[in-house]
Structure formats: structure tokens, C-alpha cells
Design a protein around this ligand. Structure first.
Ligand code: DGP
Length: 125
């Protein structure tokens, strides 16, 4: 079965310029912008410009150029936000997928969270 991508999702609209965003970094294949509802002092979303639903979709089907660009963009945002381990106190990278992952926006995004201690990875259900 193939991955189904809905081009009416909010991040597709951001990529088309239909909805504003606060950009942190733009590269050939990736865009990083501030989360509208930040849950930590640093809360940046990084998305590929291509139409990918989830991390497994991207990792399976994206070109090597897209994968390299996206991976490096994430590292660059960590550096720009001062949370990279070269100078900062660290961060958490989260990518939710599907209903069990509680993914609200069906366009691949990683959350980069930092700027305060983030507690344990998962709350007890
Ligand atoms: P997730 O549950 O992993 O799909 O997270 C989606 C995130 O997207 C959530 O933290 C809030 C954020 N978000 C939703 N709508 C917008 C928007 O219009 N602009 C921005 N910048 N972020 C949004």
C-alpha cells in the first residue's frame, strides 16, 4: 500500500505561502519555522518541502539530496537555536506519525524542543 498525502494540510499551505509562518531556516528542500503553540522556550518544526506524510514515508521514498538536506537542516536549526551540544544543553527531537503517534498535521515534521529540562520522554498513559 502506498502513502496517501493530503495537500490541503496546514503545512502544505505554509509551503505554498497561503498561511504565514515565522521562518527559522529555509534550504533547497526544507523549511524550519516556529511552532504556533510552543511547549518549550525553543520549539521549532522542521519539514521537508516534498509531499511526505511521515518519517517512514520520507526515509523510504525521498531522494538522497532531500534526505541530506533535511538532516543537515535539523542540525543547523539546533545550532541556530543554541540547543546543539556544541554550545547548549541539548534538545528533544520528536516526529509523531498516525493515530497512535497522535499526529495532528499529516505532513512530515520534527519538533525540536529545548531551552528547559524536558522531563521523561513519555508520560504514563
Ligand atoms: P503534531 O501533533 O506532531 O502533528 O504537531 C503539529 C504541530 O503543529 C503542533 O505542535 C502545533 C503546530 N501547528 C498547528 N498549526 C500550525 C500553524 O498554522 N502554524 C504553525 N507554525 N504551527 C502550527
Amino acid at each position: 500500500m502506498s502513502y496517501a498525502y493530503d495537500d490541503q494540510n496546514i503545512f502544505a499551505k505554509i509551503l505554498r505561502g497561503e498561511i504565514p509562518n515565522t521562518t527559522v531556516l529555509e534550504t533547497d528542500h526544507s523549511l524550519a519555522f516556529r511552532d504556533l503553540y510552543p511547549q518549550a522556550p525553543t520549539h521549532v518544526l522542521v519539514i521537508p518541502k516534498g509531499a511526505y506524510v511521515s518519517y517512514d514515508h520520507f526515509a523510504s521514498e525521498a531522494s538522497e539530496a532531500e534526505i541530506v538536506d533535511y538532516t543537515r537542516a535539523i542540525a543547523e536549526v539546533c545550532r541556530l537555536e543554541g540547543v546543539a551540544l556544541t554550545a547548549g544543553d541539548g534538545f528533544r527531537l520528536i516526529s509523531n506519525a498516525g493515530s497512535n503517534g497522535v499526529q495532528d498535521v499529516p505532513h512530515l515534521h520534527v519538533h525540536i524542543l529545548g531551552g528547559r529540562p524536558l522531563g521523561r520522554m513519555l508520560a504514563k498513559a
